[in-house]
Write a protein that binds this ligand. Structure first.
Ligand code: GAP
Length: 447
């Protein structure tokens, strides 16, 4: 693991306009972060890469965009009203609340992930574990993480709804719609990108664990006989996608989730963990959700959600393989693994070694001196041409050239183009490479 700390990453992200604390001028709102101009572009580039990889380049995946607010019956049938819980303990004196498993993990207790609530209670009692303020803790109780709200003007049980805690359910409730519209062959998948909300007991580690998050999820509908091979195939695709974002293979780890720690809907889950600066943590997952969701929705809604095979064989409720990606965690993993430090002319240099297709700015164009109109005019001409060609190109004439390079390095701009006096003579420019800092001369036509 590198010497880089999470604080270094947070500081760069704030300084350079990737992310800001949510509602910062009012002291913030725990578990929320706002994406600034560069952060939103980086996030968008990751979404575009994902959409291209899993939807545009295939003919068996259908993209959708379902509403965040859904009928409360969706969440009753899916099991989230009863089962989407985290273990909560309370400091009996200060009334501050903590997630019990996090509290034990922070104390270095091993095997917490596999412990039941009773086992965690036992550890707290036997080891005399106190709250971080040194007070006695309550027994653990289950805390439902869904944000409740009311739809419409009346606030009663019938108007209750929830901000969705996963995007997946939007795809299950649209399964029949897509089958009716497109008659897809099995296996096929629905996919969507969107916000999800979880009232996390202890949001932490910057955008790693937040209360308002974004997911990119795929629900693959299969015949149950094929679940193992489809699971392996999509787990591999998930890995291929991570690698396509430039995440180093040796930092990605596939971990089988033990039965007692799996989500209520899963029969088999493999998480991919990533070596973040904060340690090896979950990046995304792949779950075999069986027919849990479609069968539950068929029972609760009274609708027939069976798939009728085109070969005339018996209709059946499809089973589901779900590769899920946490978008905020992917953004963090990409920044984390790109964050680099070296030394240039005796000075420390920080740069983000982002893959070119993800960099929020692909190229910066500058005149060597901003008080020379002939240089500025030529540089503007190059800037406009490059912007038309590459889109995310910026104009940078702020400070001296050294300062500009430092700034562009920190935001991960792969190339800086400078227009100098020689440009006016022979139409060549210098192009500087972010990673090597090498400068080469190139004709403008070759850019
Ligand atoms: N539909 C399946 C599902 O939601 P999950 O493991 O609960 O599964 C999927 O969440 C992914 O969403 C996680 O692997 C993680 O990347 C991301 N995620 C979950 N909770 C999060 C949180 N509080 N903050 C940021 N990302 C989160």
């Amino acid at each position: 693991m590198s010497d880089v700390k999470l604080e270094d990453i947070v500081s760069l992200c704030k300084r350079r306009g990737f992310m800001y604390q949510g509602s910062e001028i009012y002291g913030g709102l725990a578990g929320t972060w706002d994406y600034g101009p560069l952060g939103v572009q980086l996030k968008r580039n990751i979404v575009d890469a994902w959409w291209k990889f899993f939807i545009e380049s295939r003919d068996d995946v259908y993209g959708i965009d379902a509403a965040i607010l859904m009928n409360q019956k969706v969440w009753q049938a899916s099991g989230h009203v009863d089962g989407f819980n985290d273990p909560l303990v309370e400091d009996l004196k200060t009334k501050k609340r903590y997630r019990a498993d996090n509290l034990l993990e922070d104390l270095g207790i091993e095997g917490v992930a596999a412990m039941s609530t009773t086992q965690m209670d036992q550890v707290i009692e036997e080891q005399g574990i106190k709250s971080p303020d040194g007070n006695q803790l309550s027994k653990i109780r289950q805390f439902n993480m869904m944000f409740k709200t009311n739809v419409g003007v009346t606030e009663d049980e019938n108007s209750t709804s929830y901000l969705r805690p996963e995007t997946a359910q939007g795809m299950f409730v649209n399964f029949k719609n897509v089958v009716d519209s497109f008659s897809p062959d099995m296996p096929f998948a629905l996919a969507q990108v969107g916000k999800a909300f979880r009232n996390e007991i202890s949001p932490r580690d910057f955008i790693f664990r937040v209360r308002e998050l974004e997911q990119m999820e795929i629900e693959l509908f299969i015949h149950p006989d094929n679940w193992k091979e489809e699971f392996e195939k999509w787990l591999q695709l998930q890995q291929d996608f991570y690698l396509s974002l430039g995440l180093p293979a040796d930092k990605l780890h596939k971990i089988e989730v033990p039965a007692e720690d799996r989500a209520h809907y899963s029969k088999h889950s493999i998480d991919t963990e990533f070596d973040f600066t904060i340690g090896q943590k979950e990046l995304g997952g792949c779950a075999y959700r069986t027919d849990h969701d479609l069968s539950s929705h068929a029972n609760a809604s009274g609708k027939n959600l069976k798939y009728i095979p085109k070969d005339g064989s018996e209709a059946f409720i499809p089973h589901v393989i779900e590769p899920t990606f946490g978008l905020d965690r992917l953004v963090l993993a990409v920044i984390d693994s790109s964050y680099s430090v070296d030394e240039q002319n005796g000075e420390q240099r920080i740069y983000l070694k982002l893959p070119e297709h993800l960099a929020p700015v692909r190229m910066a164009v500058s005149p060597l001196l901003k008080n020379k109109p002939e240089l500025v005019e030529k540089a503007q001409e190059v800037f406009k041409a490059m912007k038309q060609k590459y889109g995310s190109v910026i104009w940078d004439d702020n400070g001296n050239i050294g300062k500009r390079y430092r700034r562009q390095d920190e935001i991960g701009t792969p190339k800086c183009v400078t227009i100098d006096f020689q440009t006016l003579e022979d139409n060549t420019v210098t192009i500087r490479d972010r990673d090597t800092t090498q400068q080469t001369r190139l004709s403008i036509d070759e850019l």
